[in-house]
Design a protein around this ligand. Structure first.
Ligand code: HEC
Length: 320
């Protein structure tokens, strides 16, 4: 029997037979397996991942990726990302760069997921930044807004562009949109673009795991303040606050501590969410001036579910 030609696997680990079969099928019949995945499988499973970082501009990739073990990191090089199909756009509405429009090029999250070999069950990507800010991109949000991992601005690397434009370098990676059109409004919270700067890692996971960890404790019907607060917290608070391994640690404050504020000092909690700098001029948290009382109350109701009520427990039978 002739030996198959040697395949170069930068991951340096023999792929399991099943994975190999899936890759070969995906190569032979692109589209055949599509529809089983939130992100289409790669038409050609080009191996981009390395187990060791080679440069500061490498992007770390973790999570539900073919051939990657749980908890293992891999790295993709800037030059290899440049070689993938690029998306170009003229960005005119970036809140962080109100100057002249930006000519960007980069990779759509859909292309990236396919090229990296994201597993079919992955329906959430999160981007970790150098300051531990963490932006979350659920599959429906990606399908709606088409985020782009930006590789060049005005034809230059991010560092070169930033020097010339007198901006802080947003590299190694930054996420932008050709045009962001909000797709929902919940009370006063309007669908927001996730705009992480200084992205160093993309993690592929599931909405069930990440959002499950911050689902309100107890059962609340759709449309209840607790459920609305949950939906807002997913898009807002989770970027800098954390619950276990989920969410950003930029604030250093956990879901549990926000819950205590919401339960024991609701007026303070609401004032802080609305305008942290009014309470502490040195606060780093972003203000939410558009949040009205109903929105702030929904967030309070939601966060309160994570701590038990402080009202004295009902008398127990055995105490009589
Ligand atoms: C961009 C990052 C960021 C986001 C998004 C964010 N926070 Fe914060 N938050 C912080 C930081 C940083 C602190 C620590 C104190 C400071 O510097 O403001 C903090 C502190 C807090 C505190 C404690 C205040 C105190 O006195 O210690 C509360 C309450 C809070 N955040 C609530 C929220 C809620 C609710 C949301 C979502 C609606 C949210 N935060 C979203 C960054 C953020």
């Amino acid at each position: 029997m002739p030996r198959p030609p040697a395949r170069k696997l930068p991951l340096l680990r023999p792929a399991s037979l099943r994975n190999l079969l899936v890759s070969l099928l995906a190569i032979a019949f692109p589209g055949m397996l599509a529809g089983t995945s939130a992100f289409a499988l790669p038409p050609a499973a080009k191996h981009l991942l390395h187990l060791r970082r080679q440069s500061d501009s490498d992007l770390e990739i973790t999570g539900l990726i073919r051939n990657l073990q749980p908890g293992e990191s891999s790295f993709v090089r800037y030059a290899d990302l440049l070689a993938l199909p690029q998306t170009r756009a003229l960005v005119t509405d970036h809140p962080g760069y109100p100057g002249p429009p930006l000519h960007i090029s980069g990779i759509s999250f859909e292309t990236l997921s396919a090229a990296l070999g994201a597993l079919p069950q992955s329906d959430l990507i999160d981007a970790l930044c150098t300051d531990r800010y963490r932006a979350h991109f659920p599959a429906p949000y990606i399908a709606q807004h088409h985020p782009i991992l930006v590789l060049t601005v005005d034809g230059q690397t991010l560092a070169a562009w930033a020097r010339q434009a007198h901006q802080l370098d947003p590299g190694p990676y930054v996420v932008m949109y050709a045009r962001f059109v909000p797709s929902f409004k919940l009370l006063a919270h309007v669908d927001r673009p996730q705009l992480p700067d200084n992205v160093v890692r993309l993690n592929f996971s599931t909405q069930a795991a990440t959002f499950g960890a911050i689902a309100p404790r107890g059962s609340f019907p759709p449309g209840s303040p607790e459920q609305i607060g949950f939906a807002i917290a997913k898009q807002n608070c989770l970027r800098c606050h954390f619950q276990g391994p989920f969410g950003g640690t930029k604030s250093g404050q956990s879901w549990q501590s926000l819950s205590l504020w919401a339960r024991e000092q609701p007026a303070y909690f609401q004032a802080y969410v609305s305008n942290p700098q009014k309470i502490d001029p040195h606060a780093h948290m972003e203000p939410n001036p558009e949040y009205d009382n109903a929105t702030l109350r929904a967030l309070t109701a939601y966060f309160r579910t994570f701590t038990p009520s402080v009202t004295p427990p009902a008398r127990e039978a055995h105490s009589r």
